[in-house]
Design a protein around this ligand. Structure first.
Ligand code: HSE
Length: 378
């Protein structure tokens, strides 16, 4: 099987490296590599022209790891239409166009595989698929983003600021090119939408997943959490219980919570199903070789003749009704008097029990761009 790579950044280079190491074992040559810049054309396989790949009938598998929505979406669509299998790590593009791309793939009788799009190197999609084929998954939850987990961990264990920790995460190759997707929780939102698709066989409108990020977290928020015996984590979750609910929120977890001990760039993803009960998967959720590992696993799936075709219905996301307590830091605390349960200082407080819809509304209404909100575990 001949392979073409679209993109040769952190992930693409990792794929080249692993396939290079496997060359004596499997026949998986990389015939062409699409790059953005003349300066990246360091050998004869590099091209700046996508048609060199799309029109090459000897290429069987296109690996898309260029990131961003366009032109990645258009290239993947064209590759599928040309009857090529596609493996992608691009959660943003896939979460936006999954319905269209999966339908084209199944019409064409080719695979569109995306293990690397969620959980980095962890075989999360694969395990959801395996659990779901004989069981009913009821919910999924966990730490879906390596960059923010690394940041929260470094802020906690080395008292770094958000900016200092983000700088480290960038250097280590964990962050997106535009790290605001990581910080604002959007990267987790894409991954929760894809996990919902995999676990519940439905397509959702991503924008309807309430999402609060850690872009404004400060040392004092981490210090308060630690002082009260909590660890802050950015948690994505979804539940199918008659209706479908999902959310992405920073949560102050009790120190003895299983997720509180997840450090560095690790992700920890769990699901609960009727027969298996709770199953959890932990490992590196970001970085060159872990993500490339997941891509190469999908290449092996294709090599072994695996065929996975999916058809899906659309489903609406509703907000969960359970009331929770929240930690809120904002400059407009006075305006939020009715929600205060415990004053912490002039800027921050612990709220009374509130519904998610109230906190989503407050998050939009609070006129303080530096506000930080986190759910507090009961
Ligand atoms: N920026 C992403 C993360 C990369 O940190 O999780 C892996 O999807």
């Amino acid at each position: 099987m001949n392979i073409a790579l679209l993109g040769h950044g952190v992930v693409g280079k990792g794929v080249s490296y692993i396939l290079g190491k496997l060359q004596d074992k499997y026949h998986l040559p990389i015939k062409k590599i699409l790059v953005k810049d003349e300066i990246e054309c360091i050998d004869s396989r590099m091209t700046l022209n996508i048609n060199d790949i799309l029109e090459d009938e000897t290429i069987d598998i296109v690996v898309e790891c260029m990131g961003g929505i366009e032109p990645a979406h258009q290239y993947v669509l064209e590759a599928l239409k040309k009857g090529k299998h596609v493996v992608t790590s691009n959660k943003k593009m896939l979460a936006t166009y999954a319905e269209e791309l999966l339908s084209v793939a199944s019409k064409q009788g080719v695979n569109l595989l995306y293990e690397a799009s969620c959980g980095g190197g962890i075989p999360w999609m694969e395990n959801i698929h395996r659990i779901k084929r004989i069981d009913q998954i009821h919910n999924l939850s966990g730490i879906f983003n390596g960059t923010t987990n690394y940041i929260l961990w470094r802020m906690q264990e080395a008292s770094l600021s958000l900016e200092e920790a983000l700088e480290e995460a960038k250097k280590l190759g964990y962050a997106e090119r535009d790290a605001s997707d990581d910080l604002l929780g959007f990267d987790v939102r894409y991954k929760v939408a894809l996990s919902i698709m995999e676990a519940f066989n439905v397509i959702v409108d991503m924008d309807s997943i309430p999402t609060i990020g850690i872009e404004n977290i400060q040392k004092e928020d981490i210090a308060f959490a630690l002082d009260r015996g909590y660890v802050c984590k950015l948690i994505g979750k979804a539940e199918l219980n008659g209706h479908l609910s999902a959310s992405v929120l920073p949560v102050f977890l009790k120190k003895n919570h299983f997720l509180a001990a997840i450090e560095r760039n690790d992700n920890a993803l769990s699901c609960e199903s009727s027969y298996l009960g709770k199953a959890s998967f932990v490992g590196q959720g970001a970085g060159s070789l872990p993500t490339a590992h997941a891509i190469v696993q999908n290449i092996m799936d294709i090599l072994e003749g695996r065929k996975i075709y999916r058809t899906m219905q659309k489903k609406e996301i509703l907000l969960e009704n359970e009331k929770k307590q929240y930690y809120i830091r904002c400059a407009k605390k006075e305006a939020l008097k009715e929600y205060i349960q415990e004053e912490i200082n002039e800027m921050s407080f612990l709220s009374k029990e509130m519904k998610l819809e109230e906190i989503v509304r407050l998050n939009q209404e609070i006129e303080d761009k530096k506000r930080f909100i986190a759910e507090v575990e009961k």
